[in-house]
Design a protein around this ligand. Structure first.
Ligand SMILES: Cc1cc2nc3c(=O)[nH]c(=O)nc-3n(C[C@H](O)[C@H](O)[C@H](O)COP(=O)(O)OP(=O)(O)OC[C@H]3O[C@@H](n4cnc5c(N)ncnc54)[C@H](O)[C@@H]3O)c2cc1C
Length: 597
């Protein structure tokens, strides 16, 4: 039976020791986020995740959401609503939101910690609050005052939940193709929204009093393509400008999807049939607002991958210590037992260490990105805010894509540690692998993150984000130059950083004469980048652990894992580099008909 224990020691190491969040929170003006309070919040989030959410993970998978075709209603799995009520009562939905709208104004980095534990415990359940968060961000940034007043307070309080209605049957990645229409209503400044959205997470459910749909649609005079998209707020129950709740709006759930994983998350077809909606932001500028929703959600989906990897690793580790099979190649390690525990075998260690290295390094990648969100909003100096904003923009596709792709690798490795038992439902491991699979698809596929990184976040900005990250690497390397305890990490890290810069310039030069070169390099460039970023965090982890007062075993474990990472995972960059340098020719030469009949 699968279990979950929040990894509080490593979370605190990442947040406080490595990232220095205690001082950061104070510097950024989070007056209440002192160490004592943040520790208390982390402990309580851990308790809630472990004791309330984790026990519902299995039943959520087995029972799933239910759709009633007669009414269009969707019911969530047993226990989900009660857990959500507790979450709302505890004020968790508004942890990081603006106090003006009822939030607690805590740092985004603390929100990242909460999200990891929630997603480890119960990813499907975690989707409900996550989607609300994206809706809040879009309304906060682009909503009119009355919209903020009327919609934000209940969304932040958690009495209402939100959705992002982007995808349509014929378009997901290319939203310029969308067909949903918004026609101005003559009388009250509202719009009639008509169209079908598919795959809408939390589109319909029985956990909250109202559901606030943020819908992308086109106005009658919309220019063609992505420049003609506008954003509308369209609630399940109509809401007037004075906040009074009206009748049911003309939006219904047509069905829910039967999926590979996250059965407890409602994935809905939503039919809008002249539903009353209000424009959010300027006409035809919906794509900008959508990116506000998506950027927040992309870091969140990265954390979903991290959370699953953490839980799968914990269980694989426990099992590998208990399961007795065969003797160690170098002689018995448990001679009093009929066989050695499988953790003695090199191949099992390869799987475990790969998980550990990707999870603990990945936690820093993710929490650093969340910390940059705080800096981008709260740094006193405009230049520092811009610096943080550029860097988090650069790291977001890396965090989303790498943490989710690594969650597929990690959950499969964890399942493999269980042998045949991993494939059997009862042990819980196959659920993590099934749940992990969607994280590389929604909120923009891995392919789209890769294009975002190399295109918008690198080529279009002359590598501004990359330069900032390379600056961090060099500052760290300089600080520890000549330290014999770190030399084994600093030299290869510096070499990789130099190579990363050169590779980027060469790739962009090739792309100047052939745009396909960018797309051809994108996947490998993204993973090359992710592995170098993690090398930086592993080197810093060793330096930080060594300088801390933590037990020797903790310091040793960080160093041993870092050595494994540098010796056996960082060399994956060699493959990615070769693929990038191979260029577009071998990908693009073959005519479509040669792929097969
Ligand atoms: C369980 C679930 C929940 C979801 N929740 C939501 C939600 O709440 N709201 C919402 O709006 N949507 C949601 N989605 C939709 C999801 O975001 C889309 O499925 C995803 O963005 C991909 O779009 P698509 O399925 O249309 O694939 P397509 O866009 O058709 O892509 C197919 C393949 O082509 C690749 N591709 C497409 N264009 C390019 C390109 N230019 N360059 C390189 N490769 C390309 C893609 O990477 C992909 O591999 C959800 C989906 C699922 C399955």
């Amino acid at each position: 039976m699968s279990s979950y224990k929040p990894p509080l020691d490593d979370i605190r190491f990442a947040l406080f020791d490595v990232l220095g969040s205690e001082a950061n929170f104070a510097r950024l003006g989070f007056a209440d986020a002192n160490r004592e309070l943040v520790d208390a919040v982390i402990d309580e989030a851990a308790r809630f995740s472990e004791t309330v959410l984790a026990p519902l993970n299995r039943i959520g998978d087995e029972v799933g959401c239910k759709f009633d075709p007669a009414t269009g209603d969707v019911s969530v799995p047993p226990g989900f609503k009660q857990a959500f009520d507790q979450f709302v009562e505890g004020g968790w939905t508004g942890l990081t939101n603006d106090p003006e709208f009822g939030g607690q104004g805590m740092p985004a980095a603390l929100g990242g910690v909460l999200t990891e534990m929630v997603d480890s415990a119960n990813l499907a359940w975690g989707n409900f609050p996550m989607l609300s968060h994206g809706a809040v961000k879009a309304l906060e940034t682009y909503g009119e005052d009355w919209q903020k007043e009327v919609f934000l307070k209940p969304l932040v309080a958690g009495t209402w939940t939100g959705t992002m209605c982007l995808t349509e049957p014929h378009c997901g990645t290319d939203l310029g193709l969308l067909k949903t229409r918004a026609i101005p209503n003559a009388d009250d400044g509202s719009y009639a929204i008509t169209g079908t959205k598919i795959f809408i997470t939390a589109g319909e459910h029985d956990m909250s009093g109202n559901i606030v749909h943020l819908v992308l649609a086109k106005l009658p005079d919309a220019p063609a393509g992505a420049k003609g998209i506008s954003l509308f707020v369209t609630p399940k129950f109509k809401v007037a400008r004075d906040g009074s709740i009206g009748e049911r709006n003309a939006v219904r759930c047509g069905s829910i999807e039967h999926k590979m994983g996250i059965h407890g998350s409602a994935t809905c077809v939503m039919n809008f049939d002249g539903a009353q909606g209000y424009l959010v932001g300027e006409p035809h500028k919906g794509l900008q607002a959508m990116f506000v929703m998506m950027n927040s959600a992309r870091l969140g989906v990265g954390v979903q991958g991290l959370g699953l990897s953490e839980r799968a690793y914990q269980n694989a580790l426990r099992y590998s210590r208990e399961r007795l099979q065969s003797r160690s190649l170098s002689g018995p390690k448990a001679p009093d037992k009929p066989a050695d525990p499988i953790i003695v075998h090199p191949d099992v260690r390869r799987m475990l260490l790969t998980q550990k290295a990707l999870v603990e390094g990945g936690r820093l990648l993710s929490l650093h990105a969340y910390s940059l969100l705080d800096a981008a909003e709260h740094e006193a100096d405009a230049g520092a805010r811009e610096h943080a904003d550029t860097l988090v923009g650069f790291l977001t596709p890396i965090s989303k894509a790498c943490l989710t792709e690594w969650s597929i690798e990690s959950t499969y490795n964890a399942m493999q540690c269980f042998g045949g038992h991993g494939y059997i439902h009862e042990y819980g491991m196959e659920q993590y692998a099934r749940d992990a699979r969607i994280t590389t698809i929604y909120e923009g596929t891995t392919g789209i993150q890769a294009l975002d990184l190399i295109g918008r976040k690198t080529a279009a900005s002359q590598g501004a984000g990359l330069k900032l990250f390379l600056g961090m690497v060099e500052a760290f390397a300089k600080q520890h130059e000549g330290d014999p305890a770190l030399a084994e990490f600093i030299a290869p890290l510096r070499a990789k950083a130099a190579e990363w810069g050169k590779l980027t310039i060469e790739t962009l030069q090739r792309a100047a004469s052939n745009p396909d070169e960018l797309g051809a390099a994108s996947h490998d460039y993204l993973f090359y980048s992710g592995y170098v970023v993690l090398a930086y965090w592993w080197a810093r982890s060793v330096a930080t652990a060594d300088a801390s007062s933590r037990p020797q075993a903790f310091k040793d474990a960080k160093r041993e894992t870092a050595r494994f990472y540098f010796a056996r995972i960082l060399p994956r960059t060699l493959l990615h580099k070769a693929a990038i340098e191979a260029g577009a020719a071998s990908l693009m030469a073959m005519p479509a008909e040669h792929f097969g009949e």
